[in-house]
Write a protein that binds this ligand. Structure first.
Ligand code: DX5
Ligand code: ZN
Length: 256
């Protein structure tokens, strides 16, 4: 499949058949694909659980696709090395989780969460400490892998600015992380525009990834807003014919 736009479609295994992961990887790994998205969830940072290092290691063994490992976990500082050792080519950590490996930070975050639940506005800066995050990103690059930073839908993109020169990829979540098959949140478009414009203005070549609710209707919108890595789970693996769905997404992006 030709890829004139240079935009990557990144299939997310979250919607694949977990009893037949190898079969599903084989199904889609033809053509212009370079990346496979692996969602790691711990049941704490998000209310769902998926896979851990053994599955990342097994995927690395059977596929030549590069592994884009999206860590939705509370304590990335403690577990990062597991994923580097398992063979992740890119590790993406959440800005909202990076400081929470410190017990004191987790405790401090509790009142903020309660305030938000009650409808008060709480600054995300109260929930994380930028120093551990910078350290984490540095560890990923020091291991020779690509470093990514993910932002939840409610997190202002401005909070990622201090880390831009440490990033190979910035991930704009366009659904609340945890589950596949959700509806695209439109405010992600403005965030994508801001991130891609700012990176270009700073002469940075970072990849701009979007994750959640990507289908043939939303794909052209996110590309127009500056995204060049489009994660898609349900639109590919939820389709009767994943390869045809992939071709449909590609055609939508290329405007055919
Ligand atoms: C959600 C995950 C996504 C998920 C996207 O928390 O991060 O990668 O697979 O699924 P779709 O494409 O179905 O919205
Ligand atoms: Zn993801």
């Amino acid at each position: 499949m030709p890829n004139p736009s240079g935009v990557q479609i990144v299939p997310s295994l979250l919607s694949a058949d977990f009893m037949n992961l190898q079969r599903d990887v084989r199904l889609i790994e033809h053509g212009e694909l370079e990346w496979l998205h692996v969602d790691v969830m711990d049941g704490h940072f998000v209310p769902n659980m998926t896979v851990g290092p053994p599955v990342v290691r097994a995927l690395k063994r059977i596929s030549s696709l590069s592994l884009d490992v999206h860590l939705m976990i509370d304590n990335p500082a403690e577990q990062l090395d597991w994923y580097l050792e398992a063979g992740a080519d890119l590790v993406c950590v959440h800005l909202e989780s990076a400081g929470s490996s410190e017990r004191t930070d987790a405790r401090a975050a509790r009142p903020a969460r309660a305030a938000r639940a009650a409808g008060f506005s709480v600054s995300v800066t109260e929930l994380y400490d930028p120093e551990p995050l910078a350290g984490l990103l540095g560890r990923i690059r020091a291991a020779g892998r690509l470093a990514g930073l993910a932002l939840n839908p409610g997190t202002p993109a401005e909070l990622a600015l201090p880390f831009f020169n440490q990033l190979d990829l910035l991930l704009v979540m366009s659904v609340h992380p945890g589950f596949g098959g959700q509806t695209f949140i439109e405010t992600a478009l403005e965030k994508l525009r801001f991130v891609s414009r700012t990176a270009a203005a700073q002469g940075l070549e970072m990849m701009v990834e979007v994750d959640g609710g990507i289908n043939a209707a939303t794909a052209p919108q996110v590309v127009a807003a500056g995204a060049n890595m489009l994660v898609a789970g349900n639109a590919i693996f939820g389709a009767a014919n994943p390869l045809a769905a992939l071709a449909g997404l590609r055609a939508a992006i290329d405007g055919q």
